[in-house]
Design a protein around this ligand. Structure first.
Ligand code: MOS
Length: 732
C-alpha cells in the first residue's frame, strides 16, 4: 500500500480497540519470567557450549600475538577463536567499527577472542589465561582538545544550513545570548545485555539474539559470515531494552555463529556488563555553541547552533543541531556540525539521537534568553512558535500544537507559583521550577506484515517487527482486531522472526506508527480476501463482532476462512507527504526540583509532560514510553556520564556501579498528558511516535529548574554536586 495522500476515514477511526487503554498482551509472560530472552532459549535436545568474549586492552594499535595455549588446556575448554586466526572478516554495512577479525584494534574492548567451554564459568576462567601482545599507537581521545582538528562531516549528514544573514542580524539584535553547552558520552545501559545463541544446520545458521532491527542484523551477519542472507535465520521475539544500542549487529551474534561452526555445537555468548560500554556503541559527547538574538518584544531575529562531536574514522556526527532548524521562528539562521576523529568506541544512535543532546543545550539557551528579555519562558516560546519549517517556509508542519502543550502544562503544573530564582526555600531545600519544549521528528519506515485468518476465526499477525519493551505486540493486536472486527483475544501476534515479512523494526520512534500501518495494509488485503471468498465487494462489507456483513446478509469470519484459511500480506510504503509536510511531535516538560543549600544535592520532586503526537494508539503503553523517557532524562540531567580516560582512551566507569542511571529514589511523581489529536498526514493510523519524544528537552527542564531554585546556571551536563557546591548561596 502506497500512502501518498492524507488519510481519510477508515476502520481504525471506529476506535473500538485502537486507542483503548489495554494492558500489554505479553505482560503476563514478562512478569512471570516466561518471555524468552536471547540467552534463555533452551532446547533439552541441544548441547549448548558457552562462549566468553575477550576485549582488547588498548584503544588503538595492533594485536601482535595471542597465546591461548594455556587457555586451551584449561578444564572444560573446547576451543579458543582469536581475531588473528580469522583474518579480516567483512564488516557489515551499518557499523563504523569492525566487530571481529584482523589484527587492527580500533577501540578499547573491541573483541579479539572468544573462549568456548562446556560451562560459562569454565569459559570465563580460561579467558583470563590468554596472553596478548600489542603494538599500541597513540590515539585521540579528548573532544575538547581536538576541536581545531574537527572537519565538516560527510555531506549526506547535511552538516550545514543557513537562511537569511545570521551574522548581520545577530550584531544588531538588541538582546543577545552567546553561550556554550556540553553533553557527555552516554551509555544505553539497557537491562538485557547483548546476547546470542547460534546453532548451525549444514550451511544454515539460526541465531537467537537481542535485536531492534531483524533485517539489518540478518544482512550484516550474512556479510560478516560470508554466506547468503537466506541462510541466516534470526529470532528476537522478546527484548529487554535497546535504546539504540541494539539497532546494529553486535559481536555476540558474530562470535556465537563463528564459535558454533568451529565446535559443531550450539554456542551461547553474552557480553559481560563491564564490556558493554566500550565494546558497543554509545551516544557521543557534544560541545555546542548557541547564539540567539531577539527584539525587545521577544521575537527571535537571529539564531545559530553549532555542534562538535567525535567519532572513529568513517563515523558520523551527533546531529545535535537538527531540531534548531525547525523548532522556533526567526528569519536569520545558521546551523553547523563539525566532526573530530576520536579513537574512542564507536559513537552512534541512542534514544532520540541528535534531538536529545541538542535540546539539552537549546532549551537552556531559551530559558536564558527569556530571562534576559524579562519574559516568562513559556511566553517566549509561544511568541516564537511557527507553523512552517522556518528554513523552508513553503513547507508547513502537518500538525503542530506546541502552544497547546505548553499552555495546558502550565495550568496543570501550577506554573504561576514559580518564583524568581533562588527565592523559594523549604527548610534547607531551595525549590525551583523549570520548563522546556519537547520536539522530535516523526520518521516513517517501510513496514510489512502477513495476517492470516483460520477456521476458528483466529487472526494471526506475523511480522519481523520487534518489541523492545515498548508494547509492539499490543498495538499490533489492537490494529488487527480493529481492522478485522474481532475482539483482541482473537488476535495472535508473532514478532521478531526473520522468516516473517520485513518491518520497520524498533528505532527512531518510528516503530509504532510504521509497524501498525504495515499491519493495516495487510489487513486491507485480508478484508479483500474474505470479501471475495464470500462474493462480496469489500468496500460494501462491514467487519464487526467476528462477522462480515453486507446489507442484511452476514457470515462468521471463521466460515469465510474455511479449512485452508485466508491470508493477507502487504507493506506500507510512503509517498511524498513527509517531504511536502514537516512531521514532528511536540511536548512541554515541567519539572520541580529541590536543591540542598548545604550540599548541592538535587532532588526532582515533580515532573509533568504534555505531549502532542497524533493519535495515541494505546494510552497505557504510550504513557509508559514517556514516563521511561522522562526517567532517562533525569539520568542525563543529573548523573549519567561515561568518564573518558584521556591517556588510555576508554570509558572508565564501564558498569552499572560506576555509570549512574536513575534508581527509584531519584524518581518522583511523574505525570503524562496527551493532547487529543490525529494527524492524517502521518499514516492511515493517524498516529506518530512517542518513544523518544519524552526524552527530548526533559533534561533542560531539570537544568532550568535547578537554576530557578539556586540562581546557578550549569551548562555542562550532568549537573552533579561539584558543579553547584562552590556557588551555592551563603547560609547564615
Ligand atoms: Mo533509536 S536511538 O533509533 O533505538
Amino acid at each position: 500500500m502506497q500512502f501518498d495522500k492524507p488519510a481519510t476515514t477508515n476502520p481504525i477511526d471506529q476506535l473500538k480497540v485502537v486507542g483503548k487503554p489495554i494492558h500489554r498482551i505479553d505482560g503476563e509472560l514478562k512478569t512471570t519470567g516466561r518471555a524468552t530472552y536471547a540467552y534463555e532459549w533452551h532446547d533439552p535436545d541441544m548441547q549448548y557450549a558457552y562462549g566468553y568474549p575477550v576485549g582488547a586492552a588498548i584503544a588503538k594499535g595492533q594485536v601482535i600475538s595471542i597465546d591461548s595455549s594455556v587457555a586451551k588446556q584449561a578444564h572444560g575448554v573446547l576451543d579458543v577463536l582469536t581475531t588473528l586466526d580469522l583474518g579480516d572478516l567483512k564488516k557489515g554495512k551499518m557499523n563504523t567499527a569492525r566487530l571481529f577479525g584482523g589484527k587492527q584494534v580500533q577501540h578499547y574492548h573491541q573483541a579479539i577472542a572468544v573462549v568456548v567451554a562446556e560451562t560459562f564459568e569454565q569459559a570465563r576462567a580460561a579467558a583470563t589465561l590468554i596472553k596478548v601482545e600489542y603494538a599500541p599507537e597513540q590515539g585521540a581521545f579528548d573532544l575538547r582538545s581536538e576541536l581545531d582538528n574537527a572537519t565538516m562531516p560527510d555531506p549526506s549528514t547535511e552538516p550545514e544550513s543557513s537562511t537569511g544573514d545570521f551574522h548581520a542580524a545577530f550584531v544588531v539584535a538588541p538582546v543577545t545570548l552567546d553561550a556554550e553547552y556540553s553533553t557527555p558520552d552516554q551509555s544505553h545501559s539497557m537491562m538485557e545485555p547483548h546476547a546470542s545463541i547460534a546453532a548451525w544446520k549444514g550451511e544454515e545458521v539460526t541465531v537467537w539474539t537481542s535485536s531492534q532491527m531483524i533485517d539489518w542484523w540478518r544482512s550484516d551477519l550474512a556479510i560478516t559470515l560470508g554466506i547468503d542472507k537466506e541462510k541466516v535465520h534470526l529470532m528476537s521475539p522478546f527484548i529487554g531494552g535497546g535504546f539504540g544500542g541494539k539497532l546494529f549487529l553486535r559481536v555476540d551474534a558474530v562470535l556465537a555463529a563463528l564459535a558454533a561452526k568451529t565446535v559443531g555445537r550450539p554456542v551461547k555468548v553474552a557480553l559481560p556488563r563491564p564490556m558493554m560500554p566500550n565494546n558497543t556503541t554509545h551516544r557521543p559527547a557534544t560541545i555546542q555553541r548557541i547564539r540567539i538574538g531577539a527584539e525587545q518584544d521577544g521575537k527571535i531575529t537571529a539564531v545559530a547552533h553549532e555542534s562538535w562531536s567525535g567519532d572513529l574514522p568513517g563515523g558520523g556526527p551527533e546531529t545535535a543541531v537538527m531540531q534548531t532548524r525547525l523548532l522556533y521562528s526567526g528569519d536569520n539562521r545558521m546551523t553547523a556540525m563539525k566532526l573530530a576523529t576520536l579513537d574512542l568506541p564507536e559513537g552512534n544512535a541512542m534514544r532520540a539521537p541528535g534531538e536529545a543532546p541538542g535540546l539539552m543545550a537549546l532549551e537552556i539557551a531559551m530559558d536564558e534568553m527569556a530571562e534576559k528579555l524579562g519574559l516568562d519562558p513559556i511566553e517566549f516560546r509561544i511568541i516564537n512558535d511557527t507553523q512552517v519549517d522556518p528554513e523552508h517556509p513553503e513547507r508547513p508542519f502537518s500538525y503542530r500544537d506546541l502552544i497547546g502543550c505548553l499552555r495546558l502544562g502550565a495550568e496543570r503544573f501550577g506554573w504561576d507559583k514559580r518564583a524568581r530564582p533562588a527565592t523559594r526555600r523549604e527548610g534547607s531545600w531551595m525549590i525551583g521550577m523549570g520548563v522546556a519544549t519537547a520536539f522530535r521528528n516523526n520518521l516513517v519506515m517501510t513496514s510489512g506484515a502477513r495476517v492470516t485468518l483460520d477456521q476458528e476465526g483466529i487472526i494471526t499477525v506475523e511480522t519481523d517487527m520487534t518489541d523492545i519493551g515498548t508494547g509492539s505486540y499490543t498495538i499490533i493486536a489492537q490494529t488487527a482486531a480493529e481492522m478485522m472486527g474481532v475482539d483482541i483475544e482473537k488476535v495472535a501476534v508473532q514478532l521478531g522472526d526473520s522468516r516473517f515479512p520485513v518491518s520497520a523494526g524498533s528505532g527512531g520512534q518510528f516503530g509504532a506508527n510504521s509497524a501498525t500501518s504495515g499491519v493495516y495494509a495487510a489487513c486491507v488485503k485480508l478484508r479483500d480476501a474474505v470479501a471475495s471468498k464470500l462474493g462480496f465487494n469489500s468496500a460494501d462489507a462491514i467487519f464487526e463482532n467476528g462477522q462480515v456483513r453486507v446489507g442484511n446478509r452476514s457470515f462468521p469470519l471463521s466460515e469465510a476462512a474455511g479449512a485452508e484459511g485466508l491470508v493477507g500480506e502487504d507493506k506500507i510504503e510512503w509517498g511524498k507527504l513527509a517531504e511536502t509536510h514537516q512531521q514532528s511531535t511536540f511536548g512541554g516538560h515541567f519539572v520541580e526540583v529541590a536543591v540542598d543549600v548545604y550540599t548541592g544535592e538535587t532532588r526532582i520532586r515533580r515532573m509533568l509532560a504534555v505531549c502532542a503526537a497524533g493519535r495515541v494508539l494505546n494510552p497505557i503503553t504510550a504513557r509508559s514510553q514517556v514516563i521511561g523517557a522522562m526517567t532517562m532524562g533525569a539520568g542525563a540531567a543529573l548523573s549519567e556520564e561515561l568518564a573518558v580516560d584521556m591517556r588510555r582512551g576508554f570509558f572508565v566507569n564501564h558498569d552499572l556501579a560506576g555509570y549512574e542511571v536513575p534508581v527509584h529514589a531519584d524518581i518522583p511523581h511523574q505525570d503524562v498528558i496527551f493532547l487529543d489529536e490525529t494527524d492524517p498526514y502521518s499514516s492511515p493510523m493517524k498516529a506518530k511516535g512517542v518513544g523518544e519524544l519524552g526524552l527530548c528537552g526533559v533534561s533542560a527542564a531539570i537544568a532550568n529548574a535547578v537554576y530557578n531554585a539556586t540562581g546557578i546556571r550549569v551548562r555542562d551536563y550532568p549537573i552533579t554536586l561539584d558543579k553547584l557546591i562552590g556557588r551555592l548561596p551563603e547560609v547564615v
